[in-house]
Design a protein around this ligand. Structure first.
Ligand code: HEM
Length: 208
């Protein structure tokens, strides 16, 4: 995946994202993936506590899930798992201390959605992640410093759907089977935008 960011404007919302990913025909991950970040207007000079995320992940006939680690490794980082089910994209904030099914995250992070879409090969979610850039799982703390202009992130993709898909706190997962990695995500000036507050205000939908 790229380290220097690409910049995209999500045509449905007008939100501008720095993005990283692998292409759809990649051997590393069938169907590819894209992860994007938009930060508050001062996010490149003052550490942000939240972001607007863009994710597009592969799924076969609406089956599959993807995950992102906001710290890089699977362990000791805030994790976001996302999967499509019927006409919704569900998410679950998780935390793992070992390489086994991650626990439900118990800190105060919160995802609200701006838009989602699903087709036979991919699902897309644009979401606000509040209190997601510093984490605390029962006293184990960590975080991301956006003012450094650089994040270490992790990704995984998988094709079997979660069990209990409509109940994010009770999903069951098999170990991911469609690629994984850790990458350095370099932020550029397009990552932070004066419209952030207006965009974040559109994140009114909760899918639970
Ligand atoms: C890597 C197991 C769920 C994110 C790994 C590795 C194992 C593993 C064994 C290391 C593989 C290697 O280095 O060859 C599992 C199992 C899961 C699970 C058994 C559930 C039953 C998740 C979830 C996420 C996630 C839900 C994110 C939402 C990652 C990431 C990596 C990884 C980002 C690559 C970075 C690293 O090696 O730390 N996983 N995982 N995993 N996993 Fe998971």
């Amino acid at each position: 995946q790229n380290n220097a960011a690409n910049t995209i404007t999500d045509s449905a919302t007008g939100i501008v994202f720095n993005t990283w990913g692998v292409p759809q025909d990649s051997a590393q991950s069938k169907g590819g993936w894209t992860f994007g970040v938009a930060l508050p207007s001062n996010g490149l000079t003052t550490d942000a506590t939240e972001f607007i995320g863009y994710l597009q992940c592969a799924a076969k006939d609406v089956k599959g899930w993807c995950g992102f680690s906001l710290g890089g490794p699977m362990t000791n980082s805030l994790l976001i798992a996302a999967w499509p089910h019927e006409d919704e994209v569900y998410t679950s904030l998780r935390y793992a201390t070992g390489y086994a099914m991650p626990d439900v995250y118990t800190g105060n992070a919160e995802i609200t959605q701006i838009r989602s879409s699903i087709n036979s090969t991919h699902f897309t979610l644009v979401f606000r992640c509040k209190n997601c850039l510093q984490w605390d799982q029962n006293g184990q703390t960590g975080g991301v410093s956006t003012s450094g202009g650089f994040m270490v992130l992790g990704w995984v993709q998988a094709f079997p759907s979660p069990g209990n898909p409509t109940c994010p706190s009770q999903i069951t997962l098999e170990q991911h089977d469609n690629g994984m990695g850790i990458w350095g995500a370099v932020l550029d000036a397009n990552a932070a935008n004066p419209s952030y507050s207006a965009w974040a205000a559109k994140a009114t939908k909760t899918v639970t």
